[in-house]
Design a protein around this ligand. Structure first.
Ligand code: SAM
Length: 266
């Protein structure tokens, strides 16, 4: 269902939504393997997004994906959409692009799959969701993956406060972000510079970076308590153990955390 607001009528990648055609079955070259591995770090069972899905089996009935981009969860899991509602929010321009691709690919939008546009630099996420059918009393998991990079700390805090002020105590939110220079692995300095330069040239500059402690402080002052925070590069060892060896080391420039809405004092 597409909820319109104002003048505005978002991986687990899906090749039907991606801008570059990649069917995920090309013969392994180190580049393709690298892409797959890089992508899997935030998606595999055992990591945050994987755990998010795990929690969908633990009484969560709403999945709120903020800055959904081309996330295709709702199209790939019609089984889960039998019992959960998925709410995707995104910047109006990106959501328009996604909806065009959805139509072009002939995908069916399920009744329980909602699209809401919200520019997090100027809109309150909760106001934007007001008419979408999101029920603030129901158990919800919130994903804010791949998005904090593009928000100022003020916009991120406003978004977090808005969620913490509306959804019940205990609601969990997964966030990933760019580590600040001091917290990044010095061996990954050139990767960090290249990434920041690349997205800037693509017209979507990164606007913030944090240490693990700074992110915890921002989230704590916005109504959340940390459940786990870690540098994503720490997953290299997990994957090395699983796979034997790695073609691609996750650079030490990303942080991740899951946070829980705390009980508001009366
Ligand atoms: C790198 S994509 C991440 C997409 C998806 N969450 C994922 O993990 O694959 C960044 C997303 O953040 C969204 N975004 C960036 N700035 C935004 C803003 N001011 N308001 C809303 N969404 C924004 C973009 O539109 C895009 O969908």
């Amino acid at each position: 269902m597409i909820h319109t607001r104002g003048s505005c009528v978002a991986h687990c990648w899906d090749s039907r939504l991606a801008s570059v055609h990649w069917d995920g079955t090309l013969p392994g070259s180190s580049f393709e393997e690298s892409c797959r591995l890089a992508w899997s770090w935030s998606r595999a069972p055992g990591t945050l997004s994987g755990r998010a899905r795990g929690r969908l089996g633990e009484g969560v009935v709403q999945y709120l994906i903020i800055g959904a981009g081309m996330d295709s969860f709702a199209f790939r899991r019609p089984d889960l959409l039998q019992r959960i509602e998925v709410f995707e929010t995104d910047h109006p321009n990106e959501q328009r692009k996604k909806l065009r691709r959805v139509r072009r690919a002939g995908l069916t939008v399920a009744e329980r799959h909602h699209f809401v546009c919200a520019d997090l630099c100027s809109d309150s996420i909760v106001d934007a969701l007001a008419a979408s059918g999101l029920d603030s009393t129901k158990p919800t998991f919130v994903s804010l993956l791949g998005v904090a990079y593009y928000l100022t700390p003020e916009s991120l805090a406003a978004t977090a406060r808005s969620i913490a002020g509306t959804l019940p105590a205990g609601t969990r939110m997964a966030v990933d972000y760019l580590l600040d220079e001091a917290s990044s692995d010095p061996r990954s300095r050139s990767v960090r510079e290249s990434l920041v330069g690349l997205v800037e040239r693509c017209g979507e500059p990164m606007r913030s970076s944090y240490s693990l402690d700074k992110m915890t402080a921002l989230m704590s002052s916005s109504g959340f308590e940390p459940l786990e925070t870690f540098a994503v590069a720490d997953l290299n060892d997990v994957y090395r153990e699983e796979l034997g060896s790695l073609l691609f080391e996750i650079p030490g420039i990303f942080g991740m955390g899951t946070f829980r809405v705390v009980q508001q004092s009366a």
